[in-house]
Design a protein around this ligand. Structure first.
Ligand SMILES: NC(=O)c1ccc[n+]([C@@H]2O[C@H](COP(=O)([O-])OP(=O)(O)OC[C@H]3O[C@@H](n4cnc5c(N)ncnc54)[C@H](O)[C@@H]3O)[C@@H](O)[C@H]2O)c1
Length: 277
């Protein structure tokens, strides 16, 4: 059980969406907050809201930038004290057909969704272990990190499977350190991730026709509408806090992935060699 009261939490992608929901819940539970994001307007809004409840500092940080990550970590710990709650949450959704991917797109999506999480762990884990004050790491993956379904996208699945694998391995390795690990695998959550991601993503390898671009924009809007019917960010924040307090490895926001997980598990087991040879 990790009591968050008085601890310092570092939340990437903390200005919007799920990160903001986590920040709100932690603020009410008495944690101090370091919110990092690329979106400086949203950071300012989050700070104005949350500083009425707790001590909050905000930083513009691209989670891909390792040098800036280390100096931001130093600045945070100087102002708010040692970070013992780490939320590697910043992420983007880039859905592109496999044959239309470019290295630029791979680097963008894997850089934020997987390497960003690695950078967070690399920056803070040693500090947390050496201080021996326990703590908790929550990595945000996705249902797309548990089973590949049509539309989840090869870029997204590749990164999110990596985040799930890393979290499971950390959970095993850190068992006796007093540092808990959780991996958040949300179903649909009502955020603007589709549009926000599109606005910052590089173009694919293939120049799309105007008509094709229009079809892609319509599809993005359809997915965006579907997400708006998903879980509320504040409810997700409360689920995450409960998982930290109860040291729960997997955090689901719904049963959205039940059938794909069953089908994948069955396929994995069915492919094992027959024990009779
Ligand atoms: N919304 C969903 O339905 C859903 C479902 C499954 C998983 N997720 C995952 O949840 C996490 C949060 O997503 P969300 O829906 O809240 O999205 P969001 O767009 O509302 O918030 C993500 C935040 O991350 C920030 N960000 C993006 N790239 C960054 C970078 N390089 N450095 C620092 N900050 C960066 C954005 O500016 C934004 O504020 C992501 O990892 C996403 O993959 C979301």
């Amino acid at each position: 059980m990790t009591d968050v009261q008085g601890r310092t939490a570092f939340i990437t992608g903390g200005a919007n969406g799920i990160g903001l929901g986590i920040a709100r819940t932690l603020a009410h539970a008495g944690a101090k907050l370091a919110l990092v994001d690329l979106d400086t307007d949203a950071l300012a809004r989050a700070k104005a809201e949350l500083q009425k409840i707790t001590q909050v500092e905000t930083y513009r940080l691209d989670v891909r930038d390792r040098d800036a990550y280390a100096s931001t970590a130093d600045a945070v710990e100087h102002s708010l004290g040692p970070v013992s709650l780490l939320f590697n949450n910043a992420g983007v959704i880039v859905a592109e057909a496999p044959a239309k991917l470019s290295y630029e797109l791979w680097d963008f999506a894997i850089g934020i969704n997987l390497v960003g999480v690695i950078n967070g762990v690399q920056t803070f884990l040693r500090r947390m272990v050496e201080r021996r004050q326990g703590g908790h790491i929550v990595n945000t993956a996705s249902g797309a990190g548990l089973a590949a379904t049509t539309g989840s996208g090869v870029l997204y699945c590749t990164a999110k499977y990596g985040v799930v694998g890393m979290s499971e391995a950390l959970n095993v390795e850190l068992k006796s350190s007093g540092i808990g690990v959780s991996v958040l695998c949300p179903g649909p959550v009502a955020t603007n991730i589709m549009h926000r991601s599109h606005n910052v993503a590089p173009k694919g390898a293939v120049q799309l026709s105007e008509e094709h671009e229009k079809r892609r924009a319509d599809l993005r809007e359809q997915i965006n509408q579907a997400l708006q019917r998903g879980a509320n960010i504040d409810d997700v924040g409360r689920m995450v806090l409960k998982a930290v307090q109860e040291n729960q490895l997997y955090i689901y926001t719904d049963r959205f992935m039940e059938e794909p997980i069953k089908a994948r598990t069955k396929a994995l087991l069915d492919a094992l060699p027959d024990p009779r040879g």
